[in-house]
Design a protein around this ligand. Sequence first.
Ligand code: FES
Length: 179
Amino acid sequence: MSDSPGTDRDSAGNRDADQIDNTITEVIDTLKHQPGALLPILHGIQARLGYVPAAAVPAIARALKQTRAEIHGVISFYHDFRERPPGRHLLRLCRAEACQARGAGVLEAHVKQVLGLDYHQTTADGEFSLEPVYCLGNCACGPSLRIDNHSGSSILGRVDAERFDQLVEALTRVAVEVR
Ligand code: FES
């Protein structure tokens, strides 16, 4: 029998709560018999939903016969796991060496100031989330920035403060037009 995620609910945006529970159950049932199943399950849930909802914790704990505290401890330990839905535009700024040598530090300070965010945070309007990444395979064209949103995923190179401001304006304008 499948482990149900239970009745605990997160803010799920437009996503239906039952669909979230079904996804959690599917991922757990598919992966729970693997050795060291916890990380693959957490990655699987985040890959499908964009984050690891609170409802997943008791379901995983039951399936793996671990405590909720143990599951939550792992989620908290790895910054890659999000406990809330990301913003509509997930910005991943490269912090690795080649980009640092090309001005990523200055860009990072600018990005944080413009968005009013630190890493692993989301703007209050839900537009932007900011995360660090360590190399996007675009080293010769750094500083590099990856954008994941409804349009898919794209990697931009040679991003400076001016280009970033133009990007934010364009993405914000698109969001307003779509609404
Ligand atoms: S170091 Fe930034 S893309 Fe490789």
